[in-house]
Design a binder for this molecule. Structure first.
Ligand code: HEC
Ligand code: HEC
Length: 395
């Protein structure tokens, strides 16, 4: 019923008032209210939304989150000491970066566009193309030790080189002891990735103007953004970019592989040149060119877009969905979007920017110095350390 009303709404905007007047009164009322007022269903708040589920063996604690933050911003997590997670995942860009792709520490070219991290703790499948990467603890090993592409470079060096590097510093042993008392403060790839995961589960964005609108503040977003919201429903964007995290990968009950979709399969001759997405992992023909639906929170600050960064603007990213209508396999994408729809959709997507999230000091570069009490001697050693930890995000 709601979709039918939306369709009438979308169509009615193009009609003159004279024709509008001839529409059934109920339709007009329903349309007007759906465009100008927030919908009535409950929309989560930070208070009502359960925190992301953590595995039983890695419950989040404030000190573990703090350790994870320090690790996330520490250049020492890369082999050469110059690249932290935050070099690529910059807070002010919704934890992404402005490049199409970015080379790793040994200049191996990047393979895919850097993803945003808001609400990533709710996703059942991580990365653009890997349904097998279903948990943050495992994902963190990919940038640190991965080979294809090499990012932070710890595929080199003896095993245990990164934990040893952290053990040799003044503060980390105290921090790991506080964060992992049940493991006697063990510093290992296991505890490093657990702390990183705990920090990332704290990255929850739920206070954009659109959230405030959905929670009842009718003035929180512009009339254009409200029209964009209606188009987002009518064009079924919301069937893939679904729910409060704007991806079906975060919907309860959706299996990881079900959140992968093929937008525009390439032309015959181009097929071999491009990234085949899910197919790379499964080798199944039907999985060719499928990518996991990205969440759209803070999407206006995370250009460029798509798995290859090929779309420079939001408008291009939207048009890209419909680029190859004749080759389109997904019924939902066998339609067109007008220029006016695209403008409205962009206004809607811009209302998903959560300023509080992208400037929250709790998610930013941690202050220098050790956040747990240490002896005066250790504090001094820490202050004098020549290490590159707490490296600021890259350009
Ligand atoms: C060289 C740049 C780079 C660095 C450094 C980097 N990442 Fe990423 N990150 C990426 C790219 C590119 C992707 C998408 C990868 C893919 O789909 O194959 C990604 C994806 C992710 C995802 C999945 C997000 C989603 O929506 O599914 C998470 C989580 C993540 N990174 C966390 C981290 C953590 C933690 C670190 C530090 C240990 C880190 N990244 C370091 C480039 C980087
Ligand atoms: C069939 C599922 C599906 C539908 C319907 C859909 N999308 Fe997408 N969307 C995706 C997938 C999958 C990607 C990533 C594709 C890629 O990287 O090649 C994506 C990417 C995007 C991006 C880029 C995000 C980023 O971080 O790079 C934006 C913006 C976007 N979609 C908006 C929309 C809008 C607006 C609509 C409706 C007009 C829409 N989508 C309809 C599945 C869908």
């Amino acid at each position: 019923m709601r979709l039918a009303i939306k369709a009438v709404c979308a169509a009615s905007r193009k009609l003159t008032w004279a024709i509008l007047a001839s529409l059934a009164l109920v339709g007009v009322v329903a349309c007007a209210s759906s465009v100008t007022k927030p919908r009535a269903e409950p929309w989560p708040t930070l208070a009502t939304l359960a925190p992301p589920r953590a595995p039983d063996n890695n419950p989040s604690t404030p000190i573990k989150v703090e350790l994870g933050r320090r690790l996330f911003y520490d250049g020492d997590l890369s082999f050469t000491g110059v690249m932290s997670c935050a070099t690529c995942h910059e807070q002010k860009r919704g934890f992404s970066d402005p490049n199409k792709t970015r080379p790793g520490v040994f200049d191996d070219p990047g393979d895919r566009n850097i993803q945003t991290l808001a609400n990533v703790g709710y996703f059942s499948s991580l990365t653009w193309g890997g349904p097998q990467v279903d948990i943050l603890e495992h994902q963190a090993l990919i940038p640190i030790e991965g080979l294809k592409p090499v990012e932070m470079g710890f595929n080199r060096g003896p095993e245990g080189a990164l934990p040893q590097r952290l053990k040799d510093q003044a503060c980390y042993p105290q921090l790991f002891a506080a964060a992992f008392p049940e493991k006697q403060g063990e510093i290992s790839m296991d505890t490093i990735t657990k702390a990183l995961a705990a920090f990332q589960r704290s990255l929850v964005s739920l206070d954009s103007p659109y959230d405030r609108y959905r929670r009842g503040d009718a003035k929180a977003i512009s009339a254009q953004a409200k029209r964009g919201e209606a188009v987002f429903e009518a064009k079924q964007c919301s069937s893939c970019h679904a729910g409060a995290h704007f991806t079906d990968a975060a919907l309860p009950g959706v299996k990881p592989a079900e959140a992968f979709h093929a937008l525009a399969p390439p032309k015959e001759g181009e097929a071999l040149k491009v990234d085949t997405g899910l197919h790379r992992i499964t080798q199944k023909v039907e999985d060719a060119y499928k990518f996991r639906t990205p969440g759209l929170r803070n999407v206006a600050v995370s250009a460029p877009y798509m798995h290859d960064g090929e779309a420079a603007t939001l408008a291009n990213a939207i048009r890209h969905h419909y680029a190859a209508a004749e080759r389109q396999m997904d019924e939902r994408l066998k339609q067109t979007v007008s220029d006016a729809d695209v403008v409205d959709l962009v206004a809607f997507l811009e209302s998903l920017t959560d300023q509080g999230f992208i400037t929250n000091p709790a998610f930013a570069l941690p202050p220098s110095g050790c956040p747990v009490p240490t002896s005066a001697e250790l504090q001094r050693e820490e202050a004098n350390s020549a290490r590159l930890h707490n490296s600021p995000p890259g350009p």
